[in-house]
Design a protein around this ligand. Sequence first.
Ligand code: DLL
Length: 433
Amino acid sequence: MIWNKSNECMERERMVSLQGERLRELVDRVYFNVPYYREKMQKRGLGPEDIKNINDLKNLPFTTKDDLRDNYPFGMFAIPTSEIIRVHASSGTTGKPTVVGYTRKDLAIWSEVVARTLTCAGVERNDFIQIAYGYGLFTGGLGLHYGGEKIGAVVIPVSGGNTARQLQIMQDFNSTVLACTPSYALFLSESIEDMKIDRSKIKLRVGVFGAEPWTESIRREIETSLGIKAIDIYGLSEIIGPGVASECLYQKGLHINEDHFIPEIIDPQTLEPLSEGEEGELVFTTVTKEGLPLIRYRTRDLTSLDYGQCECGRTLARMKKCTGRSDDMMIIRGVNIFPSTIESVLLEISETHPHYMIIIDRVNNMDVLQVLVEVDQKFFLDRIGQLESLKHKIKNSLESTLGISVDVKLVEHKTIERSEGKAKRVVDKRKLS
Ligand code: DLL
């Protein structure tokens, strides 16, 4: 099923013209209502009349997270706060969080795009959606909540955490859909095993997982351990929250709701737009939002775009599953390394569990990379030789892929901390000292 066929299956020509029309309205609104944008446009010698269609998008200035922080909390709102009826904020691990504001119309759009996301994942009105994303300033819980209600499903607003209660509710209420981060889905599946819960009492059939990067190997792990289809959903609070893009059941890229959020891919160094299929940084312009409309917002997420029609019938541009951010990249002894590469290597080795921690430190002016990985309990009971040979196997695989030396430490199952929200798998001690 497709939630909004006319917009999700629109011919390209009509989409481009709709985007152009909405872009013109947006530029008008921000030019006259947001001093930040007016100044930036004036500096480039641009007025609203210079933006005629989406080809002119490339002339507009970018917006970054720092711009939002500099205008903390409400400085970039395009409408008086009397029209704002909700705010959310991003967690902000460093510095101030970024605050986003929604008008009544923004909330209606948000429900609409999350309704599309859920329908895209095969969720329908007979489903029971257990929402284990956090409720609160984070957009995950409430975002999925109103989209779920919009499609008429039964929404179970459990919020994150309290694993034993989650599993009890899952059995008692016959939850068919699980909404949470992929790392929490893994933890729930592990807990089902530990608590020896009768699998026939779990009725889950699909999961809508996002809010953090996850690899195909983690997807396979979740799909087999929980016996469900694991759908990748993508979004960020600055743009709206969840509902920006979602996979369909073909799992061949995430359909972007581009009638609301125009995507571009740029080279993060030169800032020049890249062509279809080329990998770079994802940038969005929100053409319908009223509270906090953003022009060319740099997400830092790395991906590529595909404008081909999907087998599901949707014509919306698709973004490749996004497994890293430009600011995720670790530079270790001059070599660029992404956590997702390490994860993929580890998960190819059958004796390991999908729980690991990457620790980077500087010892005697030299960067050192240590990877802690959980392995089957039996290795710790067996002769020490087996543990050593497994350690060498993992070390060799990592070193041949990464091209630098790695210190591998095998740890017992369940010793690495589990997360109930977004997982934290990298500790860079160089930044702490
Ligand atoms: O994480 C919104 C969300 C909630 C998305 C629930 C999906 C489900 P923020 O806290 O602002 O918003 O974090 C946004 O998380 O820029 C990406 O780096 C990352 N991210 C979100 N979804 C995915 C995904 C929510 N499916 C940041 N794959 C984004 C990879 C993701 N990274």
